[in-house]
Design a protein around this ligand. Structure first.
Ligand code: OGA
Ligand code: MN
Length: 283
């Protein structure tokens, strides 16, 4: 099915039954008029992931596109791109520009959930992709919430989760630097948050979610592990197979996402440019 939003403008076609839509026919190097911008935002809220086809934005142009929807979020110091501190280079390249074998962001997470105002949206633009694999995977946290038995949903009411950059690094066997710890001290967010535009509830957790505020660590971890296993079941997941020119924009309020390291990362480069839009306090 193809929905034409504006006769001369663009089409929005679902990418899967669970989430995601492809947007074709737009040149995002041009400023958006108000009507198009609203149509894009409405589709973003509805489909959670938009894939703009056939885009070629340089970092400055990606910043300009992103800024039309709000305030850009800076990146952790170690992640800042050489081009612009607001553009983060997502890549598997080592210091000499050769594929390092390492792929980042392979655990399910929601971007910057350790911030007081976690990212509303992430915009990720493919630059160089491996011939096969290296998908970005998304899980729909509204659908996962809705699928819980009513008693379990009720039990989540008022539960707050501690999100911590330091603890999420530690669980990966990595040590956050003192600067990073000072920059991102632990804080709490509701486990079930409400998406303001629709009133729908979404599970809000992922890699930076550490434990439950006010409960023993092990009990909170067990709850998060169990909920995460449920929430990333196949029925809630869409895997995006990147095409040249794709630029994704996704809603971190109601998705978990991860990179799929299912390609030879010591042989093939995988490079993307990333901008993030600051969100609001989850409620
Ligand atoms: C990110 C991220 C996943 C990927 O940029 O925030 O998680 O597929 N990327 O590279
Ligand atoms: Mn991410």
């Amino acid at each position: 099915m193809s929905l034409t939003l504006d006769a001369a403008a663009f089409t929005v076609e679902p990418l899967s039954p669970v989430l995601g839509a492809a947007v074709s026919g737009l040149d995002l190097n041009q400023p958006l008029n108000d009507r198009t911008k609203r149509a894009i935002y409405d589709s973003f809220v509805r489909y959670h992931v938009l894939c703009f086809r056939d885009q070629h934005l340089d970092p400055e142009q990606q910043i300009a596109f992103t800024a039309q929807f709000g305030t850009l979020e800076r990146h952790m110091a170690r992640n800042r791109g050489p081009v612009n501190p607001l553009v983060n280079i997502v890549s598997n390249l080592g210091p000499h520009g050769k594929p390092s074998g390492k792929v980042g962001s392979t655990g399910w997470h929601s971007d910057k959930s350790f911030r007081p105002e976690p990212s509303l949206a992430t915009i990720l633009h493919a630059q160089i992709m491996p011939p096969e694999g290296g998908e970005t995977c998304f899980a729909n946290m509204i659908a996962a919430y809705d699928a819980l038995p009513e008693a379990e949903r009720a039990a989540l009411y008022g539960v707050r989760i501690v999100h911590s950059w330091e603890l999420s690094r530690a669980r990966l066997g990595l040590q956050a630097t003192p600067e990073e710890i000072a920059d991102a001290p632990p804080l709490t967010h509701p486990l079930a948050r409400t998406i303001p535009e629709t009133g729908r509830k979404a599970l809000f957790m992922g890699e930076h979610a550490s434990h439950v505020e006010g409960r023993p660590m092990a009990e909170g971890r067990a709850l998060l592990d169990r909920l995460t296993a449920h929430a990333v079941e196949e029925r809630f997941v869409y895997r995006h197979k990147w095409r040249a020119g794709d630029m994704l924009m996704w809603d971190n309020r109601c998705l978990l996402h991860r990179a799929n390291p299912n390609f030879d990362a010591a042989r093939f480069p995988r490079v993307l440019h990333r901008t993030c839009l600051r969100g609001s306090t989850p409620a």
